[in-house]
Design a protein around this ligand. Structure first.
Ligand code: MGD
Ligand code: MGD
Ligand code: SF4
Ligand code: MO
Length: 682
């Protein structure tokens, strides 16, 4: 760069695990990121970004916890003592550690333990997957960690349909925000909500917590966690009673409506009200509003998937617009999987064909347990942790620590930050942030595709994930041309370049600072004509009763099963405004003791005063939190945000130590919000 001292502004995209995927304007001075703001390149994000990105990103890139050099562990596992080594030595050590595990137990004993810290298509699931496939490593089923329950639920009903583009919500007469903390975790949808409201739309929020968006709602349904299926079934039955089932639509576009309604009729308004812990009148009012509104839109978040009824809850919810004929109108239907619009080509990018036939696939949620007890299965000899902070984000945190401490387990870490998890690695490979490499960004909460270039050179000796796996592939002697693919070539493998919506531009050539809408031809209003995107299900219709779900999971129509526990309080741990998952958890804004919101009745019964330090525990662990006594949470429910780091807790356990590793009803997904606890003054 010619003049390193002058401040320049460069375009980028936010790579964090967030539905919004904002376009960014980054101020760079002296090869350092000094300020991060929003840009208008993405019309949906309109130059607005969240506070955490604006405030913490420069420190994330250049601060004290940034990893700058390859390291080898010299202290005990978890202790955090490391020594600097060269890249050559680091790659050799990783090679030798993986090779030793393969020698002992075979290639499947190597497990890539990764999730989606960065959401660029190169940083997650490109050269890394090629490498692990060729190595013959175990494959990892990642969706159970997040989003998989919702996806399986929606796909079972509609196939791979992207749902309603969120920006259409401005046209809605009624918006139901269901288990979706929009002002925190889907920031830009709040503007859509506000614009619709300004035009007279009604807003309903269904959430156990009176989240900020609920303050401006016409109705807040403070539902008991995990009971959404009962509510949605009761709404279906109530719609039928109101003669609001759109028979024409149901005949033409659905199968199984009668079966679903038969199940729903068992859920009288009173029964559902008792189960969900809400007034019966709210269910009646919501059904009437939904029947009358045209267009009516439901915005489904992820919070409600994280329990043992999560899949059925979402199936029952997304059935409502089909039963009431709310699809096919601009602004109607459901905002639910907008990102499915981008035509990805994972096989070309990730090359699963390189993996030996029959290679096993492990559920990401099972890995810690399998490390400690493989049973009859191939033991796990080497774990490669990247794009992931398992100690901070998995359930049963004590078990995760124990697993990562197994003395003969070889642990590789590849990270941007010195996290709680990295402290267990034998070798750490320092990765670049997305500000230091080019990448291609689809989104999971909207329909735009964006590309960004590096805005600064790599910090220290860090390398992009793609280059790290290229080097590893070379060290293992993998000589297929696909292991020499450049980042540009990887981009062109990631997305179908022939897709007419790209207008003949190759993905790697998409102009910077511009976002391509993958819903409609360029410039057109992004209307989803129901019939053209509709169901890629076996029947070609919305399957309100599903044979696939019956064959795979044992139920055809959505059902609800009560969760019993001897622990009195339900702990929910959704998104925090200060972090994205555990990212930015090292920033000082996250350094104090995290809050526990508790209802005044529950606090009084336990002698807990606001501001007091409390013990929060069950048989899996114990953490300490600071009590916030508030009726924003309903009685019987306590709230604390996800993603805190161990140093915030004097016991070393965060809330994730209290979480069971139960599986949801679909996708074998995680059940973070099925946590039951007791609370007492510390
Ligand atoms: N209690 C509780 N826990 C939860 C949840 C909950 O609701 N409650 N929700 C869960 C959900 S929704 C999710 S998605 C998971 C998320 O779990 P994770 O994906 O593990 O968490 P993140 O903090 O998003 O990202 C992990 C790491 O990726 C690193 N990273 C970022 N960019 C790069 C890169 O380019 N290269 C490399 N090598 N590393 C990079 C970041 O520094 C970060 O430490 O957590 C789950 N945990
Ligand atoms: N600021 C910020 N933004 C984020 C993240 C973050 O950590 N911080 N994480 C990102 C990730 S990985 C994801 S997956 C998304 C998740 O974002 P969301 O889809 O918003 O999911 P959550 O934050 O888990 O929970 C959303 C809401 O669901 C409520 N809820 C919990 N259980 C239930 C239930 O059983 N029924 C109903 N109706 N509501 C329930 C919670 O109280 C919460 O207000 O956000 C992304 N955006
Ligand atoms: S975390 Fe989400 S809201 Fe914040 S800048 Fe990134 S994409 Fe935008
Ligand atoms: Mo997530």
């Amino acid at each position: 760069m010619p003049d390193g001292h002058a401040a320049v502004t460069r375009d980028s995209v936010c790579p964090l695990d967030c539905p919004d995927t904002c376009s960014l304007a980054v101020t760079v001075e002296d090869d350092r990121v000094v300020a991060v703001r929003g840009s208008d390149a993405n019309p949906l994000t309109e130059s607005v970004v969240c506070n955490k990105v604006a405030r913490y990103y420069p420190d994330f890139v250049h601060g004290a916890t940034r990893l700058r050099h390859p390291l080898k562990r010299v202290g005990a596992r978890g202790e955090g003592r490391f020594e600097r080594i060269s890249w050559e030595e680091a790659i050799d050590r990783v090679h030798d550690g993986l090779a030793a595990a393969i020698e002992r137990f075979g290639p499947e004993s190597v497990v890539p333990f990764s999730y989606a810290g960065p959401h660029g298509m190169l940083a997650v699931g490109s050269m890394d997957y090629r490498f692990f496939h060729k190595l013959g490593a175990s494959r990892l089923d990642r969706p159970p960690m997040c989003g998989g329950v919702k996806t399986e639920a929606c796909v079972s009903v509609y196939g791979n349909m992207p749902g309603t583009p969120p920006e259409q919500g401005v046209e809605a007469e009624l918006i139901v925000v269901w288990g979706n903390n929009v002002t925190v975790s889907n920031l830009h949808f709040i503007r859509t909500v506000n614009r619709a409201k300004a035009k007279g739309a009604k807003l309903v929020v269904i959430d156990p917590k009176r989240v900020k968006v609920a303050d401006q709602a016409d109705m807040h349904v403070a539902i008991r966690p995990g009971t959404d299926a009962a509510l949605a079934l009761a709404l279906a039955a109530e719609l039928e009673r109101l003669q609001a089932i759109d028979r024409g639509f149901v005949e033409r576009w659905t199968v199984g409506a009668d079966e679903l309604l038969a199940e729903a009729r068992a859920w009288t308004v009173e029964r559902a009200a008792a189960e969900c812990g809400i007034p019966a009148e709210q269910i009646r009012t919501l059904a009437r509003w939904y029947a009358d509104a045209e267009p009516a839109l439901i915005a489904v978040g992820n919070g409600l998937e994280r329990n043992r009824n999560g899949g059925n809850g979402i199936r029952a919810i997304v059935a409502l617009p089909a039963l009431a004929g709310k699809w096919g109108v601009v602004g109607g239907g459901a905002v639910v999987r907008a990102g499915a619009a981008v035509p990805k080509t994972p096989a070309r990018l990730q090359r699963p064909d390189l993996a030996p036939e029959g290679t096993r696939t492990l559920n990401i949620m099972d890995v810690p347990r399998l490390i400690l007890d493989p049973g009859e299965a191939t033991p796990i000899g080497a774990l490669f942790v990247y794009n992931h902070n398992p100690v901070a984000v998995h359930p049963e945190q004590r078990l995760v620590r124990e697993a990562l401490s197994r003395p003969d387990l070889f642990v590789v870490g590849c990270e941007v930050q010195m996290t709680d998890s990295m402290a267990y690695a034998d070798v750490i490979l320092p990765a670049c942030t997305h500000f230091e490499h080019a990448d291609l960004f689809p989104a999971y909460g909207q329909t735009y595709l964006q590309r960004a270039d590096a805005v600064i050179p790599p910090v220290g000796e860090s390398l992009p994930n793609t280059e790290i796996f290229r080097r590893l592939a070379a060290r293992f002697g993998f000589d297929e041309p696909c292991f020499r693919a450049t980042d540009s070539e990887l981009m062109d493998d990631a997305v179908d370049g022939d897709d007419p919506r790209l207008g003949g531009i190759r993905p790697s050539r998409l102009p910077l600072a511009s976002a391509r809408n993958m819903t409609a031809p360029d410039g057109a209003s992004p209307i989803v004509p129901f019939a053209t995107v509709f169901p890629t299900t076996p029947s070609g219709k919305a399957e309100l009763a599903s044979e696939l779900t019956e064959a795979k999971r044992g139920f055809r129509v959505p059902v609800y099963r009560k969760l019993e526990s001897t622990w009195p309080l339900a702990l929910i741990t959704p998104s925090s405004a200060d972090r994205t998952n555990a990212t930015f958890g090292s920033h000082e804004a996250s350094s104090g003791m995290p809050p526990l919101e508790i209802h005044p009745d529950d606090a009084a019964a336990r002698g807990i005063a606001g501001g007091a330090e409390v013990r929060v525990w069950n048989d899996l662990g114990e953490t300490r939190l600071k009590a916030v006594v508030t009726d924003a949470v309903r009685p019987g429910v306590v709230y604390s945000p996800k993603g805190t780091w161990a140093r915030t807790s004097p016991t070393g356990d965060t809330v994730n130590a209290l979480m069971v590793s139960a599986k949801a009803d679909l996708c074998e997904g995680a059940c973070f919000n099925d946590t039951r606890v007791e609370v007492a003054p510390a």
